[in-house]
Design a protein around this ligand. Structure first.
Ligand SMILES: [Zn+2]
Length: 326
């Protein structure tokens, strides 16, 4: 029988990742194209459709191989209607009918979901949460995204905004402003941007010394990776910031787990590349703030799919609609 693939897209504000994925969850081909958000995003879905047709042509494969197209998009999405409610970085006006636009451009059945939710679905299908039906995924990148899966399904909420763990309030008073308009969100302390901000504030207090402070005085800039690298060597500022980030993450994830008791909480995104030093530290606070029945059953783990989580989750949107034995 002919192989069948799912087309999957992880739509970003500057670049879109596209992949062909087998029904078993293997990425067969993947590539990237720039996202053209000019002209109110009028060309985005047409460009993706053209790129897919071009790739099939290069491979000498007919379009019949494709079962459908799934897409993760940056913004709240109404999964049932496939409408993206708000997508400032893409040029689209509010309530853009993304699923319809994608179906018209590709002549394929389409499904769309928020990109952080897709990362959670990807980790559930093929990553750290493989086999779990109850999973929370928190993506620690430039911002902090989240996805909550209960009994195999993403929790959407009344306005498509459920699972926005990054906007949980971590610092109730005197917190830093967040892009959402609020202050003190988890994103302001646990994103790469937030971690750098905490470190620079600590350096400028001039109470603790060390190599990280020296690096900053030479370069006038540092990265979240620097903070963790120096924490690993015992640098006092690196360790203080690691502890602060872990406290906030551990507290918020424990409270989430006290409510949902998921099988696994997956930490993904660029910041999670800090690895075991971050995981162990978050775990110690999680164990303190989760009540025993949760502490003993919900586990924390690092994501395993890296940048592929988004396309795999987008592929799952189509896979999950196929007949069970297909
Ligand atoms: Zn916020």
């Amino acid at each position: 029988m002919m192989n069948q693939w799912i087309a999957a897209v992880d739509l970003g504000g500057t670049t879109s990742k596209i992949a062909f994925i087998s029904k078993e969850g293997s990425i067969v081909h993947k590539w990237e194209i720039p996202t053209d958000n000019s002209d109110e995003g009028a060309n985005i879905t047409a460009n993706i459709a053209a790129s897919i047709d071009e790739k099939l042509k290069q491979l000498g494969v007919s379009k019949e191989v494709l079962l459908g197209i799934g897409m993760g998009a940056p913004g709240p999405v109404d999964y049932e209607t496939g409408v993206i409610l708000n997508a400032v970085n893409l040029g689209w006006k509010d309530n853009f009918p993304l699923k319809d636009s994608l179906e018209a451009a590709t002549s394929l059945p389409a499904a769309v979901e928020n990109d952080a939710n897709c990362a959670a679905l990807g980790e559930m299908w093929m990553g750290a949460g493989k086999g779990a039906k109850d999973l929370v995924c928190v993506t620690l990148g430039t911002g902090v995204g989240g996805g909550v899966i209960v009994n195999g399904r993403i929790v959407q909420g009344v306005n498509g905004a459920a699972g926005e763990i990054g906007h949980s309030t971590a610092v109730p008073f005197g917190g830093a402003p967040c892009n959402c308009g609020k202050t003190g969100c988890l994103e302001t302390v646990a994103s790469a941007t937030g971690i750098v901000r905490l470190a620079i504030e600590e350096i400028k207090k001039d109470e603790l010394q060390g190599e990280l402070a020296k690096l900053f005085s030479v370069q006038q800039k540092i990265t979240a990776k620097d903070v963790f690298d120096y924490a690993k060597t015992g640098d006092p500022i690196g360790q203080k910031v690691l502890n602060e980030v872990s406290f906030h993450l551990g507290l918020i994830l424990a409270n989430l787990a006290n409510t949902l008791n998921p099988e696994i909480i997956v930490l993904g995104g660029g910041v999670s590349k800090a690895g075991s030093i971050l995981l162990d530290s978050v775990n110690s606070y999680f164990a303190k703030f989760a009540f025993p029945a949760v502490k003993n059953s919900t586990k924390l783990a690092l994501a395993t799919l890296g940048n592929d989580a988004g396309v795999l989750g987008a592929g799952w949107l189509i896979k999950s609609k196929l007949p069970l034995n297909d």
